[in-house]
Design a protein around this ligand. Structure first.
Ligand code: F0G
Length: 352
């Protein structure tokens, strides 16, 4: 299949004009992979599908919003873009800025960005500034920076990011023929759940779907401000992508939850890592920990019988597992080397 720029595929539903330069890496068109399990789903005829966003050019869903945000920044004559990030936004901003011939400035929470994301961002040539603070502090600074200096903000408070990311709903409906009964995803800064819901609402308004899905958002227990109803000063979780204490799109997340009859709940790091391992070892899908929060939450809903028989549940798997080799290294065990002899290898492989 020929991949086409996201902006070209959905031009009529995106805020672009003939003069907008299309900065694209052929993002989107990601696979909707039917899952085999988990077992608690199959028994009740519930089907799960993974929207595998790790298949985007920079290996996360951020590319959907970034193609639009960077194209619009270029159209407006910007010379540079800036973002605060837990890592994926920075990698995507750096790649699209490189493509557009713009400078990228990214502000990261020092010590809390997964290695793959940091490597991408640096190799794409962004100016990387680590701050001694968390994502929320970095975002506050970038907001000010882009107000004072001629730099375009490409965080998801930039409405073009949300516009681009809403296309995930379009693709899911193209693949399923209608909306699923549930759509689950991890929630950090809450731009993505806001964007998903906007996409589904637009489809309903256009008459393309008759029913809307219930949106299920999952935060990490140590970084669950929306669940608690108050900002978290020192967010902590193994899922560094969603280590956010004061989400910028908080209201959008509440709207998605309430209008859809959905929920936003917290999952523990242990549940996240269990789901992360299940996806890789049973389904063949290697994702980063934050992405697994969606399955962690849905498994709980399944266990508690909260998902009706026959439902279809889409999980957005937001980023690729190779983004975070550090977590993999901590969670799996590599056995020591053996002599380079057949018997030793066969024994080590458990064949004898
Ligand atoms: N999953 C991954 C892999 C992410 O990188 C993010 C956010 C989310 C989920 C949550 O999405 O913020 O729209 O609610 N990453 C941002 C970043 C914060 O800087 O890369 P959200």
């Amino acid at each position: 299949m020929t991949r086409r720029p996201l902006i070209e595929r959905y031009r009529d539903r995106l805020p672009v004009g003939p003069a907008t330069p299309v900065v694209s890496l052929l993002e989107g068109s990601t696979p909707l992979v039917p899952l085999k399990g988990p077992p608690e789903a199959g028994r009740r005829g519930i089907r799960l599908f993974a929207k595998y966003e790790g298949m985007n050019p920079t290996a996360s869903f951020k590319d959907r919003g970034m193609t639009l945000a960077v194209s619009k920044a270029k159209e407006a004559g910007a010379q540079a873009v800036a973002a605060a990030s837990t890592g994926n936004t920075s990698a995507s901003a750096a790649a699209y800025a490189a493509r557009a011939g713009l400078a990228a400035i990214v502000v990261l929470p020092a010590g809390y960005v997964a290695l793959g994301k940091l490597a991408q961002t640096l190799v794409h040539g962004a100016r990387v500034i680590q701050v001694e603070g968390n994502f929320d502090a970095a975002l506050a600074i970038v907001r000010e920076l882009t107000e004072r200096y001629p730099v375009a903000l490409v965080n998801s408070i930039n409405p073009y990011r949300i516009e681009g990311q809403k296309t995930i709903a379009f693709e899911v409906v193209e693949d399923l023929g209608e909306a699923p009964e549930f759509h689950a995803l991890p929630v950090g800064n809450a731009g993505n759940i806001t964007a998903h819901w906007k996409g589904y609402r637009e489809l309903a308004e256009a008459g393309a779907i008759e029913r809307l899905p219930r949106m299920l958002g999952f935060q990490a227990e140590g970084a669950a401000p929306i669940v608690r109803g108050a900002p978290v000063e020192r967010p902590e979780t193994v899922a560094t992508a969603i280590r956010i204490g004061n989400p910028a799109s908080w209201r959008g997340a509440l709207r998605a939850r309430d209008e859809s009859g959905g929920a936003i709940e917290a999952v523990s790091d242990r549940e996240i890592l269990e789901a992360w391992r299940y996806l890789a070892s049973q389904e063949g899908l290697f994702v980063e920990p934050a992405s697994a929060a969606s399955l962690a939450g849905v498994r709980r809903w399944l266990r508690e019988g909260r998902i009706p028989e026959g439902s279809r549940v889409v999980l957005t798997l937001t980023g690729h597992g190779l983004k975070d080799p550090g977590t993999a290294e901590r969670e799996v065990r590599l056995s020591p080397p053996v002599p380079a002899r057949l018997e030793a290898v066969a024994a080590a492989a458990g064949l004898v």
